[in-house]
Design a protein around this ligand. Structure first.
Ligand code: IPM
Ligand code: MG
Length: 356
């Protein structure tokens, strides 16, 4: 008997459907060779859900994801829905889905492929060998803090972290560091913010259970600078919700394109796997989006959610091979490209590699 998994699919908006289709193509080519079977269930969220149901996160989606082994998600948002009230915007759907699923730990690896060292805007010697894991707290901090309000002459949000929230995300980071280079840099703004001072003190407490891991601290402004100055100094970066949002976009450019970076959001239950980039409405429907971040997110899903490490390795190897052979989507077209490919051609190439 083969292994059977149920995968929730949320295509979303903009380039979401295109890139998800390529990830499914790759998974379907791969699964028969590895002896497992994937069953998909499509669900709505974001702008597509607003158009169909009037709300960005329908109740069926909240129920549906709970019945899955993992959820693969594309991207949401676009100008069409930008003028809606905040709680009805596509982004609210994603934020509430993360909260509903309890996916408090967002893992965002920033890896520079040797094949793409020239694609970064930084010098090759600065980025060659970069391998950073950003561990971003995803269901707390200023994104969710109460009170929050938009008034006529004033608006405010609140950055809150509880001990429980900091301890559980710090533990995730320390466990990951143990399997990597055993170094964590915790990023905060403890020189200004009480919530950051609390974050720092709590991370130090957790570190006592991990004597093998070297813990350092950095202010977020310095961390942004250091990521560009000397990214190789980092192994694991542990940080809160909004700092992690900003630093992971910055880190993504080390690799040459934001179209390359995957993410895994995990917690107590079902995990959510998504590229870190947005829905890119400007290029949607043209077939030129880079599907590698999503295909790579499917690989993280196989590894972290399903324990299918060999299958994940196969996808990772196929991605590298396609880059080594010079196949590129337009975003990477200027760099050592032998052939500029469409989104679906890249999917075909990776699918062919993994089917063997
Ligand atoms: C991300 C995105 C989201 C975030 C938006 C779309 C709500 O920027 O996943 O990084 O801020 O978390
Ligand atoms: Mg972001």
């Amino acid at each position: 008997m083969g292994r059977n998994y149920k995968i929730g699919i949320i295509k979303g908006d903009g380039i979401g459907p295109e890139i998800i289709d390529e990830a499914i193509k790759v998974l379907d080519a791969l699964s028969p060779t590895m002896g497992f079977n994937l069953e998909y269930e499509e669900m709505l969220m974001g702008g597509a859900a607003i158009d169909e149901t009037g709300v960005p996160l329908p109740a069926e989606t909240i129920q549906g994801v709970k019945t899955c082994d993992a959820v693969l998600f594309g991207a949401i948002g676009g100008p069409k829905w930008d003028n809606l009230e905040r709680h009805l915007r596509p982004e609210s759907g994603l934020l509430n889905l993360r909260k509903e699923m309890g996916t408090f730990a967002n893992l965002r690896p920033a890896i520079v492929y040797d094949e793409l060292v020239n694609a970064s805007t930084l010098k090759p010697e600065v980025v060659r060998g970069v391998d950073i894991m950003v561990v971003r707290e995803l269901t707390g901090g200023i994104y969710f803090g109460q009170p929050r309000e938009l008034l006529k002459d004033r608006a405010y949000n609140t950055m809150v972290y509880t001990r429980e929230e900091v301890v559980r995300i710090a533990k995730v980071a320390f466990e990951i560091a143990m399997k990597r280079g055993k170094r964590i840099c915790s990023v905060d703004k403890a020189n200004v913010l009480e919530v950051s001072q609390f974050w720092r003190e709590t991370v130090v407490e957790v570190s006592k259970d991990y004597p093998e891991v070297e813990l350092t601290h950095m202010y977020v402004d310095n961390a942004a600078m250091q990521l560009i100055r000397n990214p190789k100094q980092f192994d694991v970066i542990l940080t809160g919700n909004i700092f992690g949002d900003i630093l992971s976009d910055a880190a993504s450019m080390l690799s040459g394109s934001i179209g390359l970076l995957p993410s895994a959001s995990t917690g107590a239950g079902v995990g959510l796997y998504e590229p870190i980039h947005g829905s890119a409405p400007d290029i949607a429907g043209q077939g030129i989006a880079n599907p590698l971040a999503t295909i790579s997110s499917a690989s993280m899903m196989l590894r972290y959610a399903l324990g299918e490490d060999k299958a994940a390795d196969k996808i990772d190897k196929a991605i590298r091979k396609s880059l080594a052979q010079g196949y590129r989507t337009g975003d990477l077209g200027a760099y050592d490209a032998k052939e500029i490919c469409s989104c679906s051609e890249i999917g075909d190439i990776i699918a062919k590699y993994v089917s063997k």
